[in-house]
Design a protein around this ligand. Structure first.
Ligand code: PGA
Length: 249
């Protein structure tokens, strides 16, 4: 049985007050699922000191380099020291707005793993790619790039998030069947490259307009192991209600 993970991706939102609100509400999170938040870098120390034990912390991005003259970058070791367990790599906003290609994303994935962080690798297709029936080709390439860079059993100790680009922040969610189909494909692709044991243990989260009203149905699919929540994670009540759906499901 894979334990479900509900992770909030705050993007460039939030403040110390939101950290405090989530920390208060999360006090009654139980062992049924894992709860995590990924706030912007400056809020990591506040979150690390305020979150109740058992609630995990993650960052939204990481440098592929270890240290040096990379103005504006943050290394994986720094994130670990700041109390992070997770780091999101390859979010579609990083890929499209900041030009991160598969090679760079794979470098970040490797840097995170080497430092002892758990990378949450985001993959997903655009609407044009889905309409052209290229979903599996695109997601397959995104996974393969990481396998090539990270070597054998690349996905051991990692998390994948399937985030169809057309569903992010649009209010348009993939149907549970559409999501399940791609999640099953991801697990199969990882099984081919890393072996079935790694694939069976790999948490594959869904992201893209997940909210209290659709969470239970999505999380009820056999290969959906949690959610990466954007908009709804900024409202503590909505976020915790998605968490409850995961913990009780
Ligand atoms: P959304 O974002 O829940 O607002 O669609 C998800 C994400 O981008 O991780």
């Amino acid at each position: 049985m894979r334990r479900k993970i509900i992770a909030g991706n705050w993007k460039m939102n939030g403040n110390r007050d939101l950290v405090r609100q989530v920390a208060e509400r999360a006090a009654d999170s139980d062992a049924g699922a894992e709860l995590a938040i990924c706030p912007p870098f400056p809020l990591l120390p506040t979150a690390a000191s305020q979150l109740p034990f058992g609630v995990a912390l993650g960052a939204q991005d990481v440098s592929e380099y270890e240290a040096g003259a990379y103005t504006g970058e943050v290394s994986a070791a720094m994130l670990l020291e700041a109390g992070c367990r997770y780091v999101i790599v390859g979010h579609s906003e990083r890929r499209t707005l900041y030009g991160e290609d598969n090679g760079r994303v794979a470098g970040k994935f490797v840097a995170a793993k080497q430092a002892g962080l758990t990378p949450i690798l985001c993959v997903g297709e655009t609407l044009a790619e889905r309409d052209a029936e290229r979903t599996e080709a695109v997601v397959g390439e995104q996974l393969d790039a990481v396998c090539e860079a990270a070597g054998a059993q690349a996905f051991r100790g990692a998390v994948v998030a399937y985030e169809p680009v057309w569903a992010i922040g649009t209010g348009r969610t993939a149907t549970p069947e559409q999501a399940q189909e791609v999640h099953a494909f991801i697990r199969q692709r990882v099984a081919e490259r890393d072996g079935s044991e790694v694939a069976e243990q790999l948490p594959v989260l869904y992201g893209g307009s997940m909210k209290p009203g659709n969470a239970a149905e999505l999380l009820g699919q056999p290969d959906i192991d949690g959610g990466l929540i954007g908009g709804a994670s900024l409202d503590p009540d909505s976020f915790l209600s998605i968490y409850k759906a995961a913990a009780e499901g």
